[in-house]
Ligand binder design. Sequence first.
Ligand code: PLP
Length: 407
Amino acid sequence: MHHRQVPVASRLSEVRYEIRGELARRALELEQQGRAIVKLNIGNPGLFDFEAPPHLRAALAANLPHSDPYCHQQGMAAGREAIAMREIARGAPNASPKSIFIGNGVSELIDISLRGLLNPGEEVLVPSPDYPLWTAAVILNGGRAVHYPCLPERGFLPDPEDLEARITPRTRAIVVINPNNPTGAVYPKELLQAIADIASRHRLVLMADEIYDGITYDGARFHPLAPLAPDAVCVTFSGLSKVHRACGWRIGWMSLSGPLKRAQDYLHALDLLSALRLCANVTAQWAIEPALYGPDTISPLVAAGGRLHAARQAVIEGVAASQFLSLVAPAGALYAFPGVDTTLLPGFDDHRFALDLLETEDVLLVPGSSFNVPYRTHFRLTLLPQAKQIEDVFVRLERALERASRS
Ligand code: PLP
């Protein structure tokens, strides 16, 4: 019998999020059959024995009795003050608790920030590769994502001239993801300055996704965008999910800075949209102040000898030992984005390979084309497993690549 489907919203036809897509569903099926799948697809620290720092857990537990009511739609005062103090200390112009919004993860705030900005057909400059929520959220909010390439041969950094050439009268904002997911690129200060200047010249909003702001390796330095952009409205996003390994608590924030007199209507729009969803998880907001002003728990993990540093090293060595792979070593964040040599693997297809690797070697990666790039030669893996497990993954990877080169 023919079952007529409930028609779904047509705007979804362009929306993709393959990090939790078809391959992840297949991995779940294989697990249900008893296979042990190494899941390197999601940057979920909790899946790899990372825990939120004890002082953050203690803050939640101690404040559970004070967490029953809804709070203000922009977030609790204590959390917003802590975030504002940090933004001001970093030099973000005009940052204040009044222009900070705490959300259920940065994910929710990405959606709200674009919903409050975009009219139908307006354009947002999004990096390629990107964290695919950015492209999806632009489309879902009626906009058009215009991708600016960040090419491997340029260390996955954008070319500011190329970026500026993509601006049209419909462009409203530039998204900058730094440190970058999926490539691990950390943007030099001069490049950020050039992007900030472009935004100022064209009166565009800067969307600075800095959720990996404490995660850099081997002396790479993170520079926040907001202090470099005194003349552009800048929305800086960060949260507890990565640096503080508490992604299940669903706490993120965005802070507006720059010429906020020009952003009064936008601030009202963001306040209204925040009010419509009432507020962010109250219990977990108690962790914001201790996260920002308590002990630094991320530096020991990323410094030489630390667990994330060792994992990154294992990826670099695994690629160096491979016949088929090349890599721009990640300078930050929680991922590596290696590519294959197409002279050895002509016709390589990232998606087909990822499926084959899953079926034959029990390893789940994300095909590079899921991150809105036009090529199908790369894939992303997370740096969250122990170095030993990554070494083992590279043995399996090489075996699968060798098979692909013979087929
Ligand atoms: N932005 C980037 C670049 C990310 O990688 C992620 C999660 O992986 C998010 C935003 C969303 O994080 P959350 O919603 O947990 O704050």
